[in-house]
Design a protein around this ligand. Sequence first.
Ligand code: ATP
Length: 233
Amino acid sequence: MLKVQDLITHYSGSQALFGVDLEIEQGQVVTLLGRNGMGKTTTINTIIGIVPATSGSVSFDGVELVGRPSFKNANLGIGLVPEGRQIFPNLSLRENLVATASNHLKVAEPWTLEGVFSLFPELKERLTSMGNLLSGGEQQMLAIGRALMTNPKLLVLDEATEGLAPLVRKKIWQAIAQIRGQGVSILVVDKNLKDLLRIADRNFIIERGKIVWSGSSQQLRDDKDALHRHLGV
Ligand code: ATP
């Protein structure tokens, strides 16, 4: 479904990605792991087109995304839950969900407000609250709900549970499992390795802008050397 090949990205003069290769198959949960500053967010933002690629290829369902504006790439069915959530602060929770809702792919049973509330019941109680008054956990649930309201085929989560309390984290992981159960492919970045490995079909480790390891969760659990060398655990 998604095939990233030899992706190179620069910020002004400084190179951040040095030829990233990564693949996601239909229905898979794939993680992008790596220590701080190794290029996870840059990879995600380059895939979507928020940051322009210098060279390389990102093929999504057979369409080449490099060189296209990010909104057009999103319309192909990529939903982003960005680092820092980026909830619209001066819109209500409901408005945040509907403001960017769409069904460009004309899926037969699109996500609805009720569908999002069945995933995150706590959001329903905060329907009229302004975005900036929501807790971090509510904002993250809202960011996921907002992305789902665009009916993505691929959901991309950058720092899925960053800064959230353990109970909220648990709810987010449960929701991600449910979303996957509905056939949505998922690319996820997070620091909670244990939670990630439990849900992932495949894992990619990035180091200094290049993928240095990939494999299943069991392969990674067994590869103590890779865990230590690339992730410091
Ligand atoms: P973190 O876990 O800390 O978010 P990351 O793995 O997501 O890290 P990136 O944010 O992609 O890493 O950063 C990769 C490299 O690119 C780092 O060296 C970083 O300093 C640099 N970088 C990131 N964003 C910018 C920017 N807007 N301008 C210049 N350099 C940047």
